[in-house]
Design a protein around this ligand. Structure first.
Ligand code: TYC
Length: 104
């Protein structure tokens, strides 16, 4: 009977290459201090949301504690989070976003 002589390293390499790139969900967290208008402005400037969408996301975080802003690549998500941190620091508020890996 024939036996197959396959290269295991090559198989592992192919599996790695076939892995999908991870995507990241950005979450907006509520706090008791940041002005609602400021949150909407940040969503417009950093995440390019329309005013209506910004208001919807802000209100969801305000009422439920957290809201999903969107799903992005690692680079985009981490850049946006840094921009939110910078604005939050600059304007001395407590606005906070975090990211979580998602299965696509
Ligand atoms: N809860 C804030 C207020 O009442 C507004 C707010 C909404 C803050 C959403 C953060 O992610 C947030 N001023």
């Amino acid at each position: 009977m024939d036996t197959f002589d396959f290269d295991e390293d090559l198989l592992v390499e192919e599996e790695i290459q076939l892995e999908k790139p991870k995507m990241y969900k950005i979450l907006l967290h509520n706090d008791h201090y940041t002005l609602r208008e400021f949150v909407v402005l940040v969503l417009e400037i950093v995440f390019r949301k329309s005013m209506e969408e910004g208001r919807r996301i802000m209100l969801e975080a305000h009422t439920k504690g957290v809201s999903v802003v969107g799903i992005y690549t690692y680079e985009v998500a981490s850049t946006c989070i840094r921009q939110v941190e910078k604005l939050s620091e600059e304007y001395e508020c407590a606005l906070r976003c975090t990211m979580e890996a998602v299965e696509i």
